[in-house]
Design a protein around this ligand. Structure first.
Ligand SMILES: CC(C)(COP(=O)(O)OP(=O)(O)OC[C@H]1O[C@@H](n2cnc3c(N)ncnc32)[C@H](O)[C@@H]1OP(=O)(O)O)[C@@H](O)C(=O)NCCC(=O)NCCS
Length: 264
């Protein structure tokens, strides 16, 4: 009985008990070491438990499960508190990608799903506290920007049966594709079955339920396309200048105004 419980637990963490023990020894001994010595130590030892192509900078307190299914490209950065859970299908992070503080990438394949995985392209930036669930497969291209707190969820629960608890009704998972150069704003939710085109922009807090074409900007709940990311491309350069300009004008008005004395 105890052994069954142990197996049940370790199946959630690694593909076998020996792999689980090895993974936990390596991460337990090396995962807490701070600063540069820790980064050096993990660069040397983590290739024993995961597939690491070259040097990867892994901060302390990074949690790995099913490390055997994790592939890290060259110069990948994993910030403190990152959690990679790489059930079958695995997690693949491309060269020069960043995964920031407390981001959680979880393939969540406990049902032998055929298309579960998470793949992140080269130079892609996964912001703080981003959550990615990969049951239906999540493919993220190169140089994609994912703002803090965004969630990319390739899973829906069936809910048609009025009696059976939804947790027992099974799932649908089609997968999510985010193409090269796209930008997902902070706190946006990207739901299953969606494709976000190349260089498209998803606004902060949007809930994306349908495809977003390449080079378009989508905002709101549910997200609607409001225009082209190409025509708004100058905004970031123009706005700070005009903003600073109007602040300076305000300052000038204030300093040239006569000092207020008493009541007016
Ligand atoms: C979507 C976004 C890029 C649009 O920027 P923009 O092209 O400069 O657009 P504007 O600011 O001119 O806004 C256009 C309109 O959309 C609205 N709008 C802008 N962003 C919105 C959002 N996220 N949700 C809802 N409405 C939004 C504006 O209020 C404005 O409405 P109005 O025409 O009625 O006044 C930007 O607002 C955004 O959401 N950025 C994400 C920021 C972020 O996540 N940063 C983290 C760093 S990764």
């Amino acid at each position: 009985m105890m052994l069954d419980d142990l197996r049940y637990y370790t199946r959630g963490q690694a593909s076998s008990i020996p792999r689980y023990i090895f993974q936990e020894i390596v991460t337990g001994l090396c995962g807490w070491v701070p600063s540069l010595p820790g980064i050096g130590l993990r660069a040397l030892t983590y290739p024993a438990i995961a597939d690491v192509a070259g040097f990867a900078a892994i901060e302390r307190g990074v949690r790995l499960a099913y490390a055997e299914n994790i592939r890290l490209g060259r110069n990948v950065y994993l910030d403190q508190g990152v959690y990679l859970h790489a059930c079958p299908g695995g997690i693949d992070i491309g060269d020069d990608a960043f995964v920031m503080h407390n981001a959680e990438l979880h393939v969540f394949n406990f049902r032998d799903l055929p298309h579960a995985f998470i793949r992140i392209g080269k130079r892609t930036f996964v912001g703080e506290s981003v959550i990615i669930r990969g049951q239906g497969g999540v493919e993220i291209g190169e140089s994609v920007l994912i703002g803090p707190g965004a969630q990319i969820l390739a899973i829906n629960h069936n809910h048609g049966d009025p009696i059976v608890p939804i947790i027992d009704q099974g799932i649908r998972s089609e997968g999510i594709l985010i193409e090269d150069g796209a930008w997902i704003g902070a706190g946006a939710l990207v739901l299953d079955g969606v494709r976000i085109g190349r260089n498209a922009v998803v606004g902060a807090g949007a809930v994306v339920t349908k495809d977003v074409p390449a080079h378009s900007v989508a905002i709101g709940v549910p997200a609607r396309v409001i225009g082209s990311s190409v025509t708004t491309a100058l905004t970031p350069h123009v706005r700070p200048l005009s903003h600073v300009d109007s602040l300076q004008r305000l300052e000038r008005t204030r300093s040239s105004a006569p000092a207020r004395v008493g009541r007016h």
